[in-house]
Design a protein around this ligand. Structure first.
Ligand SMILES: [Zn+2]
Length: 130
């Protein structure tokens, strides 16, 4: 094919650059004064360490959302589990809940951390002989 020759079919549109509209979302927290502004087009959420919820890591909510955000304490015994402890009061929490007026909700679970070091060591034959 000779250089500079058209490669598109006749009548085919040229690519055109269009400016994308930026969508900004304002976030706030009903329990403290933290706010944020984001411009990501995909669905997303922002989290913060909330001074109003014992320092737990909880989501911000879109400005104007009629909701409440609260933390639920762990209902069972800790019993050696590596649990999320709130920096504000030192108590173990299992979740933070965003409960909206329309009935929808989101939950952040603070699952206990797993301890796998001995398990991996045992599988590789690396356990110490006692
Ligand atoms: Zn907050």
């Amino acid at each position: 094919m000779p250089r500079g020759r058209r490669t598109r079919a006749p009548g085919m549109l040229r690519s055109v650059s269009l400016p994308l509209l930026a969508r900004q979302t304002r976030w706030s927290c009903p329990n403290c004064t933290q706010t944020a502004l984001t411009g990501e087009p995909e669905p997303h959420a922002r989290y913060h360490q909330c001074a109003g919820l014992m320092g737990l890591y909880v989501p911000l909510v879109a400005d104007g959302t009629d909701c409440k955000v609260y933390a639920t304490e762990r209902a069972d015994y800790v019993s050696g589990d590596l649990v999320q402890v709130a920096p504000g009061d030192g108590r173990p929490y299992m979740s933070a809940v965003v409960e909206r007026a329309d009935g929808s909700n989101d939950t952040v679970a603070y699952a206990p951390a797993a301890r796998l070091r001995r398990l991996f060591a045992a599988r590789r034959g690396l356990t110490r002989q006692r």
